[in-house]
Design a binder for this molecule. Structure first.
Ligand code: ADP
Ligand code: MG
Length: 476
C-alpha cells in the first residue's frame, strides 16, 4: 500500500525581550544558576505578575507578518501540573483565546510552492531547567529560564514530508529573526520544535493517529526524527499493529524515537483563567502602531534583490538569509559603485568563507562594509585586478588598513603602461623560442604559458586584458 505522512509542528520561540513576561528579572542567557529568578517567577505568595507589553508587541508583529487574525481580546490561563522545574505548580499560558489566530506561511520545496496554515500563536512563560549532568545521580534545578516569554506557534497538519516540515521550520526561523522577536539560537533553546506525525493510506481523507516528538532542537534532527517516525508507523501498521497517541523522544545518537508517555498517562491540566492577570486588549491603534515597525519581509526582499540587482536564486537566498547580511550587501553595492553581481560574489564568496573560517557573524566582520566597498571600488575602476583584490582582502582581514592604503604601501596598482608590458612580453618571447614555435604551429594551449610568464614577471599587476591583447599581436 502507498502511505502518506501528515505533519503538524508546534514551535516554541523565545521572545527577545530584555525582561521576563510577568516580571522585571533579566532574560539574559548563561548567568549563574538561580541568579535571575525573582519572587514573581517562582510564584511566591503575595506577589502579582504584570504583563510585559514588549512581549505583546512582538506577538502582534508576528501575527501581522503571517497575515493572521489578531485577537482583540485574549486571556491568560493557568496550566496546572507538577514538575521540579515549575515550583509554582502551574505555567501561565494562553489556552482558549490566543493572541494570534489563523494565518499562513508560504514554503518552497525544490521549486514547488505551498501554503502552510498557522492555526494559532499564543504567549506563555517558560519553565525552569532540570540539570541531570554534574550532580552525581542527583538533579540540579536552574530557575533562570522560569518566566521567559515564549510564543508557541502551532501549524495546521498541512505538511506531507519531513522536507516540507524542515522548509516550514526554516522559513519561520528566518521570519522571527527578521522581525527581531527571537534570536533564533537553537543551541540555547531559543527556537525548538515539537513534531506531530501520523500516516494514512494515500487517498484517504481521515487522519491517522499521531505521535508527538518533543523538543527537537536542530533542523537536521527534525528531518531525521520525522523520517524515522514515518517509517516506524508504517511498519507498525503493516505488521498488524496500531499507532497509539503518545509523546515520543528523539534519540539523536541512535537515530530513533522512543515512547515517553502515552495519552492515557497525560495530565489533565485543569486550565482556568489566571485571576491575577487582566485580559489582553489589542485595539486598532496598537495594531497600527506595531505595523509601522514592520521591516521588509524575507519574501519581498528576495523578490526585490532579484529584480533590482539581477541576482540568481542562489545568491539571493544566501544574501537575504538574514537582515544584517542583506544590509551589508546593499551598502557595499551603493558605496563601491561596483557591479551588483561582483559585489554579490565577494560577499557570498570571500567574505562569508572568511567569516565561517573564523566562526564570526556578519555583525562582527573584521572587514566592515565601508572597507569592502573601498576594495571593490578599486576593482571597478581598474586600479587592481580581481586576483590582486583577493590578496588585498586577506591583508584587510588581518589588519585595519583600507584597501587604498594596502595597494599604495605594497605597490599593487595595476600596470596599464603598455610600454612596460611590451618590454616584458618581448623578453619572454625571446627567452622561450621553443614555446613560440609550438604556438605558431597551432598549439593554442601554449598561450596560457605566456600569459602566466608575463603575469609572474609583473607580479600579477599587469592588466590582464591588455596582456592578452598584446601577446596575441606579438605572437602572430
Ligand atoms: P495538542 O494540544 O494535544 O498538542 P493540537 O490539536 O493542538 O493538540 O495539535 C497539535 C499539533 O498537532 C498541531 O500542529 C496539529 O497540526 C498537529 N496535528 C493534529 N492532528 C494531527 C495528525 N493526525 N497528524 C499529524 N499532526 C496532527
Ligand atoms: Mg502539543
Amino acid at each position: 500500500m502507498e502511505w502518506e505522512a501528515v505533519i503538524g509542528l508546534e514551535i516554541h520561540t523565545q521572545l527577545a525581550t530584555k525582561s521576563k513576561i510577568f516580571s522585571g528579572a533579566s532574560t539574559a542567557y548563561g548567568a549563574e544558576p538561580n541568579t535571575q529568578a525573582c519572587a514573581v517567577d517562582l510564584g511566591l505568595p503575595g506577589v502579582l505578575p504584570v504583563l510585559n507589553e514588549e512581549a505583546v508587541r512582538m506577538a502582534v508583529l508576528f501575527g501581522l507578518a503571517i497575515e493572521a487574525e489578531i485577537a482583540p481580546y485574549s486571556i491568560f490561563a493557568r496550566k496546572n501540573y507538577f514538575y521540579p522545574d515549575l515550583p509554582k505548580g502551574y505555567q501561565i499560558s494562553q489556552f482558549e483565546l490566543p493572541i494570534v489566530g489563523l494565518g499562513h506561511l508560504d514554503i518552497d520545496v525544490d521549486g514547488v510552492k505551498k501554503r502552510i496554515g498557522v492555526t494559532r500563536a499564543h504567549l506563555e512563560e517558560d519553565a525552569g531547567k532540570s540539570l541531570h549532568e554534574d550532580f552525581h545521580g542527583l538533579t540540579g534545578i536552574d530557575l533562570n529560564r522560569a518566566g521567559t516569554p515564549l510564543l508557541e506557534i502551532v501549524s495546521e497538519p498541512d505538511m506531507r514530508s519531513a522536507k516540507e516540515a524542515v522548509a516550514y521550520m526554516r522559513k519561520l526561523h528566518e521570519l522571527v529573526r527578521y522581525l527581531g522577536i527571537c534570536d533564533g539560537n537553537m543551541q540555547e533553546g531559543s527556537f525548538r520544535c515539537d513534531a506531530n506525525v501520523s500516516v494514512r493510506p494515500k487517498g484517504q481523507q481521515a487522519f491517522g493517529t499521531r505521535a508527538e516528538i518533543k523538543n527537537i532542537n536542530s533542523f537536521k534532527f527534525v528531518e531525521k526524527a520525522i523520517n524515522y517516525e514515518i517509517e516506524r508507523q508504517i511498519d507498525l501498521i503493516e505488521s498488524g499493529g496500531a499507532v497509539v497517541q503518545e509523546t515520543r523522544l528523539y534519540d539523536a545518537a541512535k537515530d530513533q524515537t522512543r515512547s515517553m508517555r502515552s495519552k492515557e498517562e497525560a495530565n489533565d491540566y485543569r486550565y482556568f483563567p489566571d485571576p491575577d492577570l487582566l485580559p489582553v486588549v489589542v485595539d486598532e491603534a496598537f495594531k497600527a502602531q506595531v505595523k509601522t515597525t514592520m521591516p521588509e519581509l524575507p519574501d519581498a526582499k528576495k523578490q526585490r534583490f532579484k529584480e533590482q540587482y539581477g541576482l540568481d536564486e542562489e545568491s539571493t537566498a544566501i544574501l537575504t538569509s538574514s537582515r544584517p547580511l542583506a544590509d551589508y550587501f546593499e551598502i557595499v553595492v551603493k558605496e563601491s559603485a561596483c557591479e551588483a553581481r561582483i559585489c554579490a560574489n565577494w560577499v557570498t564568496g570571500d567574505l562569508l568563507a572568511a567569516l565561517n573560517r573564523s566562526g564570526l557573524e556578519i555583525s562582527d566582520s573584521p572587514v566592515s562594509h565601508e572597507r569592502l566597498a573601498g576594495l571593490l571600488a578599486r576593482i571597478s575602476d581598474d586600479t587592481i585586478s580581481g586576483k590582486i583584490a583577493k590578496q588585498v582582502f586577506e591583508e584587510m582581514w588581518q589588519g585595519t588598513a583600507s584597501a587604498d592604503e594596502i595597494i599604495e604601501a605594497k605597490g599593487l596598482k595595476q600596470i596599464t603602461d603598455t610600454g612596460a608590458i611590451e618590454a616584458i612580453i618581448d623578453k619572454i618571447i625571446a627567452d622561450n623560442p621553443g614555446q613560440v614555435e609550438q604556438y605558431r604551429s597551432g598549439k593554442d594551449k601554449v598561450f596560457g604559458f605566456f600569459v602566466g610568464q608575463v603575469m609572474k614577471e609583473m607580479q600579477g599587476k599587469a592588466n590582464p586584458g591588455e596582456v592578452n591583447k598584446m601577446l596575441k599581436d606579438k605572437l602572430k
